[in-house]
Design a protein around this ligand. Structure first.
Ligand code: ADP
Ligand code: 5GP
Length: 197
């Protein structure tokens, strides 16, 4: 059997720790490739274009919807976010290990289009801890923190669509658990490859 690549999806409420854990995973697994999303939200202080996101305007984003530029897209916290179809399709053709950080709406679209993708949901240990993390990150206004906490409840209610659920209580423990999940699929692929060799 031929090597196919893997599409790992990490979702979870804003402030759960996705960005922190994605960057730790990219350091731990040099073969993982992060798919940089496109968004119409404003860059936070220190955010560079093309690193966490490509920042584009609404006109360009909406044109992308019409031309099929996005593998999935969604409106999250009032802004547009989307994944480049080209990056995913080419990445899988090249049998890459791809990591996406996208919301629940986007995950449903990716699962439909790429049924072998591996969706993982990151949970905060408590809603109180989530609030503290969002506030201590210092990137959100009080209004935006409240909006993200309300959205968090709706996102957590849909965690049943995910194949794995990881609680980000202690960073190192959550990183180890996520690493075990990724290693499992990497090994499975290595076995398939050697069986077909
Ligand atoms: P997300 O990308 O899911 O919105 P971040 O990775 O930006 O979340 O994390 C939100 C905040 O919480 C950051 O300030 C980060 O340093 C902190 N954080 C992440 N994981 C933990 C953890 N296990 N314990 C305490 N703080 C954490
Ligand atoms: P933030 O603005 O805090 O970085 O991200 C807000 C939310 O948007 C998070 O839930 C994150 O997973 C989601 N998100 C980031 N990129 C994408 C994307 O390309 N598509 C979708 N559907 N959601 C995304």
């Amino acid at each position: 059997m031929k090597k196919t690549g893997n599409l790992f999806i990490l979702s979870g409420p804003s402030g759960a720790g996705k960005t922190t854990l994605c960057s730790a995973l990219l350091k731990r697994f040099p073969t993982l490739r992060y798919s940089v999303s496109y968004t119409t939200r404003n860059p936070r202080s220190g955010e560079q274009n093309g690193v966490a996101y490509y920042f584009i305007d609404e006109e360009e984003f909406k044109k992308g919807i019409e031309t099929g530029r996005w593998a999935e897209w969604a409106r999250v916290h009032g802004r547009f976010y989307g994944t480049s179809a080209e990056v995913i399709v080419n990445g899988l053709k090249e049998k890459s290990q791809i990591l996406l950080d996208i919301d629940v709406q986007g995950t449903l679209q990716i699962i439909k289009r790429f049924p072998k993708s591996i969706p993982i949901f990151l949970m905060p240990p408590t809603m109180e801890a989530l609030k503290v993390r969002l506030e201590s990150r210092g990137t959100e206004t009080e209004e935006s923190v409240q909006e993200r906490l309300i959205n968090a409840k709706a996102e957590i209610a849909r965690k049943g669509i995910y194949r794995h659920i990881v609680v980000n209580d202690h960073l190192e423990r959550a990183l180890d658990e996520l690493s075990s999940i990724i290693e499992f699929y990497l090994r499975k692929e290595a076995c398939r490859e050697s069986a077909g060799a």
